[in-house]
Design a protein around this ligand. Structure first.
Ligand code: AMP
Length: 285
């Protein structure tokens, strides 16, 4: 496995494979890898001849009061995991390579960021769209894989690829959970043993919502209210949003008739947690 730090070497690596008619799958990450990331990589290996993973904690997607400096990092362990799963290359650029002095071009979507996480994290998706665009240009993959855990991010990347004519297939990978149902996340490391059971309330609220829908409830307001009550039962949780929305436009839905995504974001102490699931009506199961 090659560990590539310079942009020029990354270009060359991809160009060389492309010249030989080989295909490249790409998994962008911020490191501190867990089973969720590994599921993306495993899927990537199925989709192309070679797998490239990037590890880059992207400063432009963190707000000034967010956790950029404390975001968990474990480069040696991460490289070992990439090696074990059979990645061909890991791209680990520095901030100054990606954002050199004088950098001033950003990628910003008009509508999709005006929902869900974009409301409380105003710079987040501008940072994500910009870094993913740059990584796509540098790695030049045929396929790129993203987790459904960050559903809004996946929707934004799909739109960006369409709008900017990237010839890259975007593959969404289902959420990987801990055995008790907590969605895996690098930020779960922040949770104290006391907070850890409370984090399960996101998963439980989504499961309760699915039960209501399976029993025939179509009023999104009632389902959101029930989830709000469940989350409010824990005094340490501060709800950012509970939303039932169209999975493509992310516009809120009042009545569940077809595809509906339920998404939740909360603060548990200092840690922001997100989770989501599609709500499926009984006649669609
Ligand atoms: P991150 O390192 O948090 O930026 O995540 C890198 C990629 O892994 C993103 O596409 C995430 O959506 C995906 N990912 C993170 N956690 C999970 C999970 N629990 N299940 C599936 N994909 C995930």
């Amino acid at each position: 496995m090659k560990v590539i730090t310079s942009i020029r070497d990354m270009y060359r690596f991809s160009e060389n494979l492309r010249c030989q008619g080989q295909t490249i799958a790409f998994v962008p990450t911020m490191g501190y890898l867990h089973e969720g990331h590994l599921a993306l990589m495993a899927e990537g290996k199925k989709k192309a001849d070679h797998l490239v993973v990037s590890i880059f904690v992207n400063p432009t997607q963190f707000g000034p009061s967010e956790d950029f400096s404390t975001y968990p990092r474990a480069m040696e362990q991460d490289l070992e995991q990439c090696r074990n799963i059979g990645a061909d290359a890991v791209f680990t650029p520095g901030s100054a390579d990606i954002y050199p002095e004088g950098f001033q071009t950003y990628v910003q979507l008009e509508k999709l960021p005006l929902h869900l996480c974009g409301l409380s994290r105003p710079v987040f998706f501008k940072g994500v769209a910009t870094v993913v665009t740059k990584l796509f240009n540098i790695v030049n993959p045929h396929v790129a894989l993203f987790g459904e855990k960050d559903f809004q991010q996946l929707a934004i990347i799909r739109q960006l690829v369409k709008d900017l004519n990237f010839g890259i297939e975007i593959v969404g990978v289902p959420i990987v959970r801990e055995p008790d149902g907590l969605a895996m996340s690098s930020r779960n490391k922040y949770l104290t043993p006391k907070q850890r059971p409370h984090a399960l309330l996101l998963h439980h609220s989504l499961a309760a919502a699915q039960k209501m829908v399976a029993k025939g409830e179509t009023d999104a307001g009632k389902i959101v209210a029930r989830a709000g009550e469940m989350l409010a039962s824990c005094a340490n949780i501060r709800v950012d949003y509970v939303s039932i929305c169209d999975p493509v436009t992310l516009d809120e839905i009042a009545v569940i008739e077809g595809a509906a995504l339920m998404a939740i974001a909360v603060w548990l102490g200092e840690t922001r947690l997100i989770d989501n699931r599609m709500l499926v009506q009984a006649n669609h199961i």
